[in-house]
Design a binder for this molecule. Structure first.
Ligand SMILES: NC(=O)C1=CN([C@@H]2O[C@H](COP(=O)(O)OP(=O)(O)OC[C@H]3O[C@@H](n4cnc5c(N)ncnc54)[C@H](OP(=O)(O)O)[C@@H]3O)[C@@H](O)[C@H]2O)C=CC1
Ligand SMILES: O=C(O)[C@@H]1CCC=N1
Length: 301
């Protein structure tokens, strides 16, 4: 069975690990996860899940066929460099880090390293994730299929050109947060009109779930489904009028745009230092606490 490693054991790594285990595709004993020594919570979580843990990122790499990098963008350069000297061609590196490009990571690893960039989302934990991924130039023919199969165990998975990953981040990577806010808002509305809080939250969540299922299962355009709920002079058009007045669709477009741009900018700010040695060394001397923030994007190929 494929051995999976997670460098970084935070929220997204745990969501994926739980989802993989729940799907039955990966056994907990075949998963190893690392975190800094300061992270005691990892051990508690790991005990519950039955996965292996370590404070050494190299141990994760040594013991995995697929190594997930699941740390925040400023830590990617450090952890990739740690595992670089022992990273093998028979291993696949999968980065889920915000903004960091395949080329950035390839620059930190031995040449011809097989790198895949994935933007997952947290509903993977309940098998209802949405992930988009892109494969690096050194990947083998079967790598896309392996990643597709693995991510499909925790929801919808699709291969896309890497240029789509920032917009995907703004939409489905960050999207669960927008939808939780929508559920909260709907539930508040129910409470305002006299419904108990628990009932309101359940009705709001099932309403989003049902609407999403209808879009996916009927194949109808959302506009058609939206209009089907609106009787002339009925209640829904009154509600929709308020949403339009508040600019709901414009706000959602703005949210996706802002989060996409943030993903792109974070990538620009966290380029690996090794790719531009002179500039990076200068930057490090000037701002030792916040390296990597002044270098510009470089195309190596
Ligand atoms: N949360 C989400 O919905 C999604 C997140 N992502 C991306 O996934 C990545 C992780 O995000 P998320 O899980 O939310 O973040 P978390 O902060 O929950 O997890 C990051 C983990 O990395 C650990 N860490 C920090 N430095 C190191 C190191 N040197 N070696 C090993 N582990 C280290 C942190 O430990 P400690 O806390 O002790 O510092 C922490 O456990 C990010 O790049 C994020 O953009 C992508 C899609 C969705
Ligand atoms: O906000 C973040 O940094 C990550 C990326 C996508 C969702 N969460």
């Amino acid at each position: 069975m494929t051995r999976i490693g997670f460098i970084g054991s935070g929220k997204m790594a745990q969501a994926l690990a739980r989802g993989f285990i729940a799907s039955g595709r990966v056994e907990a004993s075949n998963i190893i996860a690392s975190s800094p020594k300061s992270d005691v919570a990892l051990l508690e979580q790991a005990k519950i899940l039955g996965i292996n843990t370590t404070h050494e990122n190299t141990e994760v790499s040594h013991n995995s066929d697929i190594v997930f990098i699941a740390v925040k963008p400023p830590h990617v350069s450090k952890v990739a460099s740690e595992i670089a000297s022992s990273f093998r061609r028979d291993q696949l590196l999968v980065s889920i880090a915000l903004g960091i490009t395949i080329r950035n990571i390839e620059a930190l690893l031995p040449s011809k390293s097989r790198v895949v960039r994935v933007m997952p989302n947290t509903p993977a934990v309940v098998g209802a994730g949405a992930s988009a991924y892109s494969v690096g130039s050194a990947c083998l023919d079967g790598d896309s299929r392996v990643v597709q199969e693995l991510l499909s165990t925790v929801g919808y998975a699709v291969e896309v050109p890497e240029v789509y990953i920032d917009p995907v981040t703004g939409l489905s990577g960050s999207g669960p947060s927008y939808m939780f806010a929508a559920i909260e808002g709907l539930a508040d509305g129910g409470v305002k009109m006299g419904l108990p809080r628990d009932l309101s939250i359940k009705l709001a969540a099932h309403t989003l779930l049902g609407a999403a299922k209808m879009v996916l299962e009927t194949g109808e355009h959302p506009a058609v489904l939206k209009e089907e709920v609106q009787s002339p002079a009925g209640s829904t058009i009154y509600g929709i009028h308020e949403l339009e007045r508040g600019g709901m669709r414009g706000l959602l477009i703005n949210a996706v745009e802002a989060a996409s741009n943030r993903s792109k900018n974070v990538g620009d700010q966290n380029l690996p230092r090794q790719s531009i040695p002179d500039e990076a060394e200068e930057s490090e001397k000037e701002t030792p606490q916040t390296p990597n923030t002044t270098v510009k994007r470089q195309n190596k190929k």
